[in-house]
Design a protein around this ligand. Structure first.
Ligand code: CMP
Length: 146
């Protein structure tokens, strides 16, 4: 069965690598089911990353994510959550370059904060974040249909 995940092209990657990343996404067999460019408000960024509230880097993260436009995407594919995480590679680009040199973060991330892309970590987060960014779009996107 097909699965959905939320992907974000982050502000650091939008200018230089946005188009390339979109091409890579499509070339890797994901369907882009929803797509919207937006500048996150501070409040939205804080809510989006609420799971990281207690982390020492939280305020830096929120500031970075509000710095410019992000591309928000719903990606659809079999096993989309895990597949997208594999396509991104590890959070830390140094680690990504060693473990997964073809991954997006190995190629496009500047550092562990400005790491070019985001993806939901599990199916529950995927559904929650898709609803948060895109609202209650049709049931076939957020539900477990198909
Ligand atoms: P992301 O996968 O979007 O999830 C949380 C984000 O926090 C992560 O990508 C990075 O942008 C950022 N992040 C994770 N770890 C660190 C860290 N040690 N220092 C600064 N930022 C981090």
């Amino acid at each position: 069965p097909k699965q959905h995940t939320l992907a974000v092209i982050k502000p650091d990657a939008m200018n230089q690598h946005g188009e390339t990343i979109l091409e890579e996404i499509r070339g890797s067999g994901f369907s882009v089911t929803q797509l919207k460019e937006m500048v996150l408000s501070r409040e939205m960024a804080e809510e989006f990353y609420k799971e990281h509230r207690e982390k020492p880097f939280f305020s830096q993260l929120v500031e970075f994510m509000c710095r410019g436009p992000c591309m928000m995407l719903v990606l659809t594919k079999e096993n989309a959550v895990e597949e997208w995480r594999a396509t991104m590679g590890p959070s830390d680009p140094d680690q990504a370059k060693t473990i997964s040199p073809n991954s997006l973060r190995a190629r496009f991330a500047s550092d562990i904060l400005q790491n070019s892309v985001h993806g939901s970590s599990n199916q529950q987060h995927a559904e929650e974040k898709i609803r948060f960014i895109f609202g209650d779009i049709c049931a076939e996107v957020t539900g477990d249909g198909e």
